[in-house]
Design a protein around this ligand. Sequence first.
Ligand code: FE2
Ligand code: FE2
Length: 230
Amino acid sequence: MYCLLCNIVAYYSNFVVNKINSDENFQVPYKAKPTPLAHADWQYVNKRCLDDYKAKDWEVLDHQRKQYYDEQMVDQILRMLTCQKDDPGYVYTVNNYLHCLQTATRMLRDERPEEDVVVGLFHDVGFITCNETHGEFAATLLRPYISERNYWMLIRHAVFQQYHFHELEGCNRHERDKWKGHPYFAWTAEFVDKYDQTTINYDDEILPIEAFEPMVRRFFAKQPHRITYE
Ligand SMILES: [Fe+2]
Ligand SMILES: [Fe+2]
């Protein structure tokens, strides 16, 4: 039986497949190559699944992974910020990258402890990619290296920021009050007041990322806390 809708769908599917196949940047199926290893003297363990790994394979993995993490982790974390360097903004005269740098700059100028400065630098690292949960994102990223005080602050800083949203319809400026009396309430309010809601101007002092890199490396060189889950 002739079905017009089926014919339209078939025509469109063919059109899409032909378009994909004619695009030289998109070959079907995708042919992957082995990812180069970080060091020429390292070896692959080329097994189909982890079920097939034997004791000697785990030995290779453990050895190479430890060195790999030591060499790559901080670079990759820094890249999570620096990849935003040239991004356009949406209303402020600084983009998210410059906001993070300005927060850290102001904390450094106020001679805050190094942990606080690094927390300030990364507090909004996920602001664009996971806006709704960006506090948790930063808190989780930094958690093995920070105090409970900063972990608590990072998770809730966006709610505390609402206190500074004047004349914003529908916003409960006092939502933070549900945590009144908590030992970290004052620190979170202070962070947002001094270092977050006020760091949105391009003509305030902003130190370059290089100014913070040595402290970021020291920060992540600490022995991480062990995190356990219930
Ligand atoms: Fe934030
Ligand atoms: Fe922020």
